[in-house]
Design a protein around this ligand. Structure first.
Ligand SMILES: Cc1ncc(COP(=O)(O)O)c(C=O)c1O
Length: 302
């Protein structure tokens, strides 16, 4: 859909693709990835699903609920310490009865895949059939969902776009769009880490898609890039300027963004357009994440 008032305010045509509306509990960009990943889980005869992310991971929440919808048992390995009272995404993990394990930030950074593999081994030893999904659902199969989403955009769009803008957290969405969007330049806005980290990650994920006959990924700068400078102080930490963007867009368009992903991506879009570096028509790929607003009311600008 076209964002009319935002387009007028910026003097460039801005559109959005509403992957935030792909569902309620199971919403956002995770739905597309889970569509492919959980189909694979069922094909393999899994009876439970394990995945990992931050304490307030949208991916873990969507996986937990989707697993229950398919009769699978969810388990999530979360980074951080559990609060006494769960809210937002964590509340929903709890509500659907996901088994929750936690680890420290350092364990998460260095060993999350090993911890998941060890958990899966425990389950197998107990006679279960676990299916393990990596952080963010960002492996080759998960990214394939966004190769296909890029085709969907091409089919739906009433006009070609010069640019596609999307938030990058674990890299799978950008990988798929970079592979699939052949007519628009894709800007993946880093919400943590930096451009070299995500460029390497995207190239690594893309390498696994050759098995489906997907054309090789072009080099960064050729059709896609990772945009940095809008991460804020840390993952999930938003500056006042990012909150101002979230509130401004909500009041201008009634479009809800979150402080972890889409708020940062939209902030990048506004800054780059205002600086004259990005021209339209621009497609803002809304990847969801609204539950990330809950529990953060104290940060909202007046
Ligand atoms: C709302 C939202 N937007 C964007 C992203 C980034 O997608 P990806 O992990 O595929 O980079 C995520 C997850 O990380 C997310 O939850």
């Amino acid at each position: 859909m076209r964002l009319n008032r935002l387009s007028d305010a910026l003097g460039q045509e801005i559109w959005t693709k509403r992957d935030d509306l792909t569902g309620f509990g199971v919403s956002g960009n995770k739905v597309r990835k889970l569509d492919y990943l959980l189909a694979d889980a069922l094909d393999q005869g899994a009876d439970c699903v394990l995945t990992t992310g931050g304490l307030q991971s949208n991916h873990c929440r969507a996986t937990s609920i989707a697993a229950r919808q398919l009769g699978l048992e969810p388990g999530v390995l979360l980074r951080g310490e559990l609060p006494e009272i769960p809210d937002a995404n964590l509340l929903l993990d709890r509500l659907v009865g996901a088994t929750v394990r936690t680890c420290t930030a350092q364990q998460y950074r260095d060993h999350r895949d090993d911890l998941l593999a060890a958990w899966a081994d425990e389950l197998r030893a107990a006679g279960r059939r676990p299916y393990v999904i990596p952080e963010g659902g960002s492996d080759a199969l998960g990214s394939l969902a966004y190769v296909d989403a890029a085709k969907e955009l091409e089919d739906q769009a009433v006009r070609p776009f010069a640019r596609v803008v999307v938030a990058v957290g674990s890299g799978g969405t950008l990988t798929g769009l970079a592979l699939g969007c052949t007519n628009a330049f894709v800007h993946g806005v880093a919400v943590c880490d930096d451009a070299p980290y995500f460029e390497a990650r995207v190239q690594e994920i893309a390498a696994g898609t050759a098995q489906w006959g997907i054309a090789p990924l072009r080099s960064p700068g050729d059709g896609w890039e990772v945009t940095e400078g809008y991460q804020g102080p840390a993952y999930a930490v938003a500056t006042d300027a990012i909150w101002d963007t979230i509130a401004w867009v909500a009041r201008l368009e009634g479009l809800l963004l979150d402080p972890v992903y889409t708020g940062k991506a939209m902030h990048a879009l506004l800054c780059e357009v205002r600086a004259g570096r990005w021209t339209g028509p621009i497609l803002f790929w809304h990847t969801g994440g609204a539950f990330g607003l809950f529990g953060r009311g104290h940060e909202l600008p007046a």
